[in-house]
Design a protein around this ligand. Structure first.
Ligand code: CO
Length: 134
């Protein structure tokens, strides 16, 4: 059911410093920061030949990244995103198997303008999983 690894998201305490590190030290293609008010994050996409890295920084007071950075002040891997062909079919199959879908259970439009859903980390070996319909 899942396809390619779309991205790995890393929460960072300093978006500018992390972006500069990927651009200059690691020599990656780093895009401009993008505010995502619906998700409470500012995102910087880094394009790698086979996938993307998504740097996440809190946007607004009730950002889901805020608590994560309080627990992980140096930053850390926040979620991984797998591609699916049909997000509703994937969601229904996962729910049948007992996996918990976060939020309302309805897909939101993600940072790439495509429908996304998040799955409870306790159901996936401690990893927050995002599904993106491509
Ligand atoms: Co993501």
């Amino acid at each position: 059911m899942i396809g390619r690894l779309n991205h790995v998201a890393i929460a960072v305490p300093d978006l500018e410093a992390a972006s500069a590190q990927y651009a200059n030290t690691l020599g990656a293609k780093v895009n401009a920061p993008q505010d995502e008010p619906d998700h409470g994050v500012t995102v910087v996409f880094i394009e790698l030949p086979n996938t993307k890295i998504e740097l996440l920084y809190p946007l607004g007071d009730d950002s889901p990244i805020k608590g994560f950075l309080e627990k992980n002040p140096a930053g850390g891997i926040h979620h991984i995103c797998y591609e699916v062909d049909d997000i509703i079919a994937a969601r229904d199959k996962l729910k049948e198997s007992g996996a918990r879908v976060l939020g309302t259970g309805e897909p939101k439009i993600g940072a790439h303008g495509k429908p996304v859903l998040f799955l409870h980390p306790k159901d996936f070996n401690g990893t927050l999983v995002e599904l993106e319909q491509v």
